[in-house]
Design a protein around this ligand. Structure first.
Ligand code: ATP
Length: 234
């Protein structure tokens, strides 16, 4: 579904991503882990077309994405939930969800799409008329995820969804990720909560200093204490 080969990205003269290659098969949930500043966010942004200076090959669902604008990548079936959420705080939950469908060819079916998306996130269903800013951080994160999922992307890129969220909601959110996978959505997940992420992932890549330094099945990585000590301990 996603094949990244020889990806490089720069911020000014800083070479943030160096020759990254990784792949995600259709229907897989793959996790990208590593310390702060390792280049995980930059990798996701490069896939979505949000890094101005990057080179290499990004093939998504058989199409070369390098050089394509963000909207073309969205139209090809990619969705991205950034770390900083970016919901519109002054709008209601329903209005935020509608923003997720305005660029979709199915926008005439917005009400049905909201119904489906909120069936997956019952916490949002009860709050459709609530102003988004008045929800907890975890609920806002769920809204950001639901807004990305509402147009039924083929693949979703999730950047640290559990960041700053209370444990009960994190568990709920991870249950939703498993459901997404069961429904056939392909997922690339950046996550600091390594134990939780590896528990639901099929495979994982570890990044360090802008490069992929380790790749394995999630099960093998969970069992290998030395990987966690080498690459993930603070
Ligand atoms: P974190 O877990 O802290 O988000 P990360 O693994 O996602 O880290 P990135 O955010 O991709 O890492 O950062 C990779 C490198 O690029 C870091 O050295 C960071 O300081 C740098 N960087 C990221 N964004 C920018 C930017 N907009 N301008 C300049 N440098 C940046």
């Amino acid at each position: 579904m996603l094949e990244i080969a020889g990806l490089n990205a720069w911020y000014g003269r800083s070479h943030a991503i160096q020759d990254v290659s990784l792949s995600v098969r259709r229907g897989e949930l793959v996790c990208l882990i590593g310390r702060n500043g390792a280049g995980k966010t930059t990798t996701l942004k490069s896939v979505m077309g949000l890094v101005a200076n990057c080179a290499g090959s990004i093939v998504f669902d058989g199409q070369e994405m390098t050089g394509q604008p963000v909207h073309a990548r969205y139209a090809a079936g990619l969705a991205y939930v950034p770390e900083e959420r970016r919901i519109v705080p002054g709008l209601t939950v329903r209005e935020n969800l509608i923003l997720g469908v305005v660029a979709s060819p199915r926008r005439a079916e917005a009400e049905d799409m909201i119904e489906q998306a909120t069936a997956m996130f019952p916490r949002l269903k009860e709050r459709l008329s609530q102003i988004a800013a008045t929800m907890s951080g975890g609920e806002q994160q769920m809204l950001a995820i639901a807004r990305a999922m509402i147009a039924e992307p083929k693949m979703v890129l999730l950047d640290e969804p559990s960041e700053g969220i209370m444990p009960l909601l994190v568990d709920e959110m991870f249950e939703q990720f498993e459901l997404m996978k069961q429904r056939g959505t392909t997922v690339l997940l950046v996550e600091q909560n390594v134990g939780l992420a590896l528990a639901i992932a099929d495979r994982a890549y570890v990044m360090e200093s802008g490069a992929v330094v380790h790749a394995d099945t999630a099960q093998a990585m969970l069992a290998d204490q030395s990987v966690q000590e080498r690459y993930l301990a603070v």
